[in-house]
Design a protein around this ligand. Sequence first.
Ligand code: ZN
Length: 89
Amino acid sequence: MWRGSEALSPIECEQVLQEIELYLDGELVGAIARDIEDHLGQCGPCMSRSEFRRKLKGLIAARCGCDEVPPHLTEKLHTLLSRVDPTEP
Ligand SMILES: [Zn+2]
């Protein structure tokens, strides 16, 4: 049994966060999607962020009945997301 930085998946949190929207939209396929899944399984903060966004997407889909988010709502959500970002001090 060994733990340490070498046990983590080869991609960084930063990269996960950049790709997470595409991942949740199902637009990522292949190795990168697997890398993100691996990372989410090992990284608490990224996992909670992805769960949060996934729930938001579900909420939006239920409200609007569509996949497209109105721009003003997107902006609102981004403000909201940046406020609850666990990396914020
Ligand atoms: Zn992470």
